[in-house]
Ligand binder design. Structure first.
Ligand SMILES: Cc1cc2nc3c(=O)[nH]c(=O)nc-3n(C[C@H](O)[C@H](O)[C@H](O)COP(=O)(O)O)c2cc1C
Length: 369
């Protein structure tokens, strides 16, 4: 793997964490993103006051972009009954309220579009996160690439027929139109963590015999079709991100080399940035979790394909985040749990890194000198 040393030491000044980034017609004020995080706080997929306050607080904290959680494009594509959804026009208005607040703070509202696939119909984490029976509020059938359950106790998914695949692709495109109507400015497609799109990519979960399974080109087909359909439905001036699991961390599974090859297909389809996560498709996979443990995936994909990347996973320290950008390992950083601990992290990080940032006027008297 390229160490990045040559680029780090070149004469070209690399951007830093607080430098802006232009993607299509959008200028991100700096490089810190709120990673999508399920809140399991909806009824029938509708955003609530929780979303306004949760997402809104992180915009008050001056994140460059705030991503709404995995948002289901069909009701059966929810992870839990309490997931956020965008499968009808009625879902637009409550999202709009949160997104317009985010934008008025000078932050950019993003949304992650998702289908849970064979990991659908489970309880919220604080209620155990296990598969739900019908009596417990779960649903059946759930859909997947093949008839392979995710793990013991999970439902066996019904393999999507080719016409059902086209319906899912169309559901993502419809969701993109609604996201635009709601005022989202970035869409991220969720093709990671073992959910529907990822389950097509990996040979461990995809054992189809048709043109959506078998060869690499067949396994990536649904992701490419979805990216193309969403790109068409989404305004040209707005960026499209895709989150992938760069590896399954499992023998015989999806690899970083597969990720590079996938990104080479996605880039010409108009995907602007790849958010590089990992795992989630194989229960019990051994993942070497530690500070910045997925950053090398963002680095390798960025260097090999020239696409913009996002680094995510145990990025918690301002100097750590700044170094990722300065070394050219990624173009942006996504923080999840650190933003739950501290919604104002960018304000504190700016002070630590000696960068001047505009605090919300209402909070100016608390500004650290
Ligand atoms: C409460 C919670 C909910 C999450 N929900 C999502 C989600 O909706 N979509 C997604 O791609 N990742 C989700 N993740 C994963 C995070 O976006 C992130 O990739 C992961 O937590 C690693 O980053 P961190 O170490 O900064 O927390 C979630 C994580 C947490 C803690």
């Amino acid at each position: 793997m390229d160490s990045g040393f040559a680029i780090y030491n070149s004469k070209i000044p690399m951007p830093s964490l607080f430098d802006p980034l232009r993607l299509r017609g959008l200028e991100l004020p700096h490089r810190i993103m709120v990673s999508p995080m399920c809140q399991y706080s909806c009824v029938d997929g509708f955003a609530t006051d929780w979303h306004l306050v949760h997402l809104g607080s992180r915009a008050v904290g001056r994140a460059a972009a705030v991503f709404a959680e995995a948002t289901a494009v069909t009701p059966d594509g929810r992870i839990s009954p309490q997931d956020l959804g965008i499968w009808s026009d009625a879902h637009i208005e409550p999202l709009q309220r949160a997104f317009s607040f985010i934008e008025r703070q000078g932050s950019i509202p993003g949304i992650q579009l998702a289908h849970a696939g064979r990991k659908a119909s489970t309880a919220e984490p604080w209620n155990g996160g296990k598969p739900l029976s019908l009596q417990q509020g779960g649903w059946t059938p759930i859909f997947g690439s093949s008839d392979l359950p995710f793990n013991e106790g999970y439902q066996t998914p019904q393999p999507l027929s080719r016409s059902e695949i086209q319906q899912i692709v169309a559901a993502f495109a419809d969701a993109a139109r609604r996201a635009d109507a709601a005022g989202a400015r970035i869409i991220e497609l969720h093709a990671a963590h073992g959910y529907l799109l990822h389950s097509f990519l990996s040979p461990l979960s995809n054992q189809r015999q048709d043109e959506y399974g078998g060869t690499f080109e067949n396994r990536i087909r649904i992701v490419c079709e979805t990216a193309a359909a969403v790109r068409k439905a989404w305004p040209e001036r707005l960026p499209l991100f895709v989150r992938i699991s760069a590896t399954d961390w499992s023998e015989g599974g999806w690899t970083i080399e597969d990720s590079l090859a996938l990104v080479r297909h996605l880039k010409p389809l108009g995907v602007d940035l790849v958010d590089c996560s990992s795992g989630g498709n194989v229960a019990g996979a051994k993942i070497p979790v530690g500070p910045g443990y997925q950053v090398t995936f963002a680095e390798e994909i960025r260097r090999a394909t020239g696409i913009c990347t996002g680094a995510v996973g145990m990025i918690t320290q301002p100097a750590q985040a700044d170094e990722i950008i300065r070394r050219g390992q990624a173009d942006v950083v996504f923080l999840a749990r650190q933003f739950l601990r501290d919604p104002y992290w960018p304000l504190i990080a700016a002070r630590e890194l000696g960068h001047e940032i505009q605090w919300p006027v209402q909070y100016e008297r608390a500004k650290l000198k």
